[in-house]
Write a protein that binds this ligand. Structure first.
Ligand code: APR
Ligand code: PHB
Length: 389
């Protein structure tokens, strides 16, 4: 079998890339390790930058997002009972849309099926061969039978644990990583959100985040120990801890209820360079990971998809390889800025096990400066709504 672009991974990156390429007449085959149901069962963040919203509309999947997404023009940063509302509209000409990643994935799958996209699920033993040649191919097993697909290019959209990044030789690949000494315990509850905007709350007891999915579905997180387990937390213990970490006015009005999902995510910053090796391109979590504090995971995957899809469309339309030749440098330039913002938000708002009294005073001084400086709030707003592509 032969195709133009093989996409490894059917998560948000692979789905959006495939949809944009197919709609431009470029033939793709997507290989996904799990089932569609498994991919759709993942609970992930839900803050979309304008760039991603625009791409979803360009991919023909913007209708439900437009009807059900919540446009936010600001967010609240709190430190103890100090509250700072960062006004996106005052400092930028952009906003963010709150719409669960699960919904984005669901909409993309519906669109892929409508296009009769070539997608193979439950694949095993995926191997990339001859990526550094002019005749790359991918070998995989499906239902016990081995298959080979030859292609022009391979998009590695297979996430942090995928095969694509590992295909790049150690002599070529450079990796940068910071693992944070804590995790996030997240709860989904069928309760009205405590506030109509997100609240990033820091306190001496630790970090908490109040988010939402819709007017009766809330998403909350609390900083927890790196080796903690959801089984260690009753719902009551979660709600009590959340109340301790958010400003009093919200602690008093918080509506609690049974958790319908409870999980812990580790926090890490990670970047691998380059994002291209021969005819293999890395895209999204396959190349980089951010701590969720800046809501940049999905949004940085989206800018990768933008650069890669534009480069491939340019190549197939004109034969000009300028876009794909510049992909890695262009994508990484924006990736590192997202890494910086996510690291800064994480360092500012969390309690670190080994922090000194000086470190605490630095956090307090940073918060005081943010509260007193329009320019500081403008910098946060510009990064949060998304830097230009
Ligand atoms: N072969 C085929 N598919 C694979 C393989 C493999 N060897 N390894 C992993 N996959 C699939 C996974 O099952 C998953 O569905 O690749 C997909 C990768 O999806 P994500 O991990 O979601 O990464 P990405 O599509 O880049 O999306 C990034 O989604 O997970 C969040 O935090 C992440 O918000 C970020 C965004
Ligand atoms: C979420 O709603 O899951 C969410 C929102 C903002 C973040 C992280 C997670 O920074």
């Amino acid at each position: 079998m032969r195709t133009q672009v093989i996409i490894i991974g059917g998560g948000p990156s692979g789905l959006l890339l495939g949809q944009l390429l197919d709609r431009s007449g470029i033939e793709t085959v997507t290989l996904e390790r799990k089932s569609k149901a498994y991919v759709l069962s993942r609970i992930r963040a839900g803050v979309l930058e304008t760039g991603l919203v625009d791409q979803l509309h360009a991919a023909g999947v913007g209708e439900r997002l437009k009807a059900e997404g919540f446009v936010h023009d600001g967010t609240v940063i709190s430190y103890g009972d100090t509250q700072i509302r960062v006004d996106f509209a005052e400092h930028t000409n952009a906003n963010v849309t709150v719409y669960g990643q699960t919904e984005v994935t669901h909409d993309l799958y519906a669109a892929r099926e409508a296009l009769k996209a070539q997608m193979v699920f439950d694949v095993e033993n995926v191997q990339i061969e001859d990526a550094d040649s002019d005749a790359p191919s991918v070998v995989y097993t499906k239902d016990g039978t081995q298959h080979r697909i030859t292609c022009d290019y391979i998009a590695g959209c297979d996430g942090f644990h995928g095969v694509s990044r590992k295909t790049i030789p150690d002599t070529v690949l450079r990796e940068y990583e910071k693992v944070y000494p804590f995790g996030w315990l997240g709860v989904l509850s069928e309760t009205p959100p405590v506030h109509d905007e997100l609240i990033y709350a820091s306190s001496k007891a630790g970090f908490a985040l109040c988010s939402m999915r819709n007017e009766n579905l809330s998403r909350y997180y609390i900083q927890c120990a790196i080796d903690d387990s959801p089984q260690n937390w009753t719902d009551d213990a979660f709600w009590t801890t959340l109340r301790e970490r958010i400003p009093q006015e919200y602690a008093e009005t918080l509506v609690t209820g049974p958790s319908i999902e409870k999980s812990i995510a580790p926090l890490r910053s990670f970047v691998s360079e380059p994002m291209r090796w021969g005819r293999l391109f890395l895209c999204g979590d396959a190349a980089h990971i951010v701590p969720p504090t800046g809501a940049k995971g999905l949004n940085t995957a989206a800018s990768d998809v933008h650069y890669l899809s534009q480069g491939l469309i340019q190549y197939y339309d004109t034969g000009d390889t300028g876009g794909i030749d510049n992909y890695s440098a262009k994508a990484l330039a924006r990736v590192w800025k997202a890494e910086r913002f996510s690291w800064w938000m994480t360092s500012l708002l969390h309690q670190f096990p080994d922090q000194s009294e000086f470190d605490l005073r630095m956090q307090q001084a940073e918060i005081d400066f943010l509260q007193s400086s329009d320019q500081a709030q403008a910098v946060l707003a510009q990064n949060y709504v998304g830097l230009p592509y």
